[in-house]
Design a protein around this ligand. Sequence first.
Ligand SMILES: Cc1cc2nc3c(=O)[nH]c(=O)nc-3n(C[C@H](O)[C@H](O)[C@H](O)COP(=O)(O)OP(=O)(O)OC[C@H]3O[C@@H](n4cnc5c(N)ncnc54)[C@H](O)[C@@H]3O)c2cc1C
Length: 409
Amino acid sequence: MDNAANTSTAGSSGQIVVAGAGYAGLHVVLRLTAKLRNHPSVKLTLVDQHDYHQVITELPRVAGGTRAADAVRIPLQDMLAGRVRFVQTEISGFDLADRRLLTGAGPIDWGRLVLALGSRPNDFAIPGLAQRTLSLYSASDAERVWAAVRKTLTAAAAATDPERQRCLATVVVGGGGATGVELAGELAEMLPEVASGHGLAPDRPAVVLVEAGPTILAGSSSQLIGKATGVLADLGIQVRTNAMIAAATEEGFRLKDGQLVEGGVFVWAGGVKAPELVADSALPTGHNGRVKVDQYLRVLDHPEVYVAGDLASVTDPRTGHVLPPLAQVALEEGETVARNLDAELRGRPLEAFTFHDKGFVVSVGTRRGVADIAGITSGGHVAHLLKDAIEWEYRQSVKHLRGWDPVPG
Ligand SMILES: Cc1cc2nc3c(=O)[nH]c(=O)nc-3n(C[C@H](O)[C@H](O)[C@H](O)COP(=O)(O)OP(=O)(O)OC[C@H]3O[C@@H](n4cnc5c(N)ncnc54)[C@H](O)[C@@H]3O)c2cc1C
């Protein structure tokens, strides 16, 4: 271990600014609030474009019409302690030399900065994809997907040509990772009911899941993939693997082999990348524009800047792979960043980040799911309940941390 890097570089960080109130950033702030009770002079500022935190893991339910968008937007004022200054503004850049965050509300000075700006859909430069598909990365995105689904079913009901009707009543999801699988499952269960409401035969709507690789849920165990494939088949979802999208056109997804996948609504859930403003900065970036950090989650060559969540490119020393963009990773990184900021204030050694994998759970439809936990694969209703329990526990933990407010506002 490098002693110089491991030791606190500043006893007084003065102003700590956290950019982003998502899973990682909010966790840093909630954890730090409790830890800062012995440091009343340290100022803690949270900056986000929204005045709410979004429970992104629940978006497929909003997109499938089973949950209201407002139910996944938690007002930040309900969670932040009085000593946290919240600034609602869009961040436009970073002035690393002068230690200023550039925002629509003017520059914000920092002694220590935490970057937790999440990620954006990655269109992998596939022609037409950004223009012709909906994405699913915010509550508003999810509302748009649900609105588009209802609109296309209305149009399908009005169509007289059966082929045209079939095409309009088809929702195509690009990307067979967890997001694509969860979305396809939700939609497949909800569409028959919505179709009936529009006077369409319940079996008229269809969901197609298009994946470039040889399997859905790539990287998961073969048992989990098998169980998920079975549930998707039960739900009538057409899964097309080895189907690389070459272009999104007005007619639909044109695959690399020339085939056309037609539909009324196209959603892209095929991957994420870092926000543009990071790509345009002087921060060192790696795969998909994520920011390279040391073992303490500080930006390489910028020890005064921490990164957590999807934005951080963190290699798991046990596997040699960069950790995936997941909420559970973001929360654990947020925990380490909060501890390290506290350690800096106390003049104590920093803690290296270690990821403790709690397992992988994907809901497939409104009642079933698949899970890989501690080497055991399960599927069906229990896995779905597990996903519900994880989301419930997350909401409870956020409330609990708020209860730690050392200086009530
Ligand atoms: C549909 C979907 C389902 C998912 N399901 C799961 C799941 O079941 N389990 C799991 O572990 N992971 C899941 N994930 C991944 C998980 O949501 C992300 O890994 C997690 O949100 C990352 O947290 P974060 O704090 O890095 O970013 P985010 O939670 O995205 O937060 C980033 C914050 O930064 C703010 N921000 C960004 N740019 C700016 C700017 N320029 N100015 C001001 N504010 C800005 C945003 O408003 C946001 O509040 C899912 C992702 C998606 C899209």
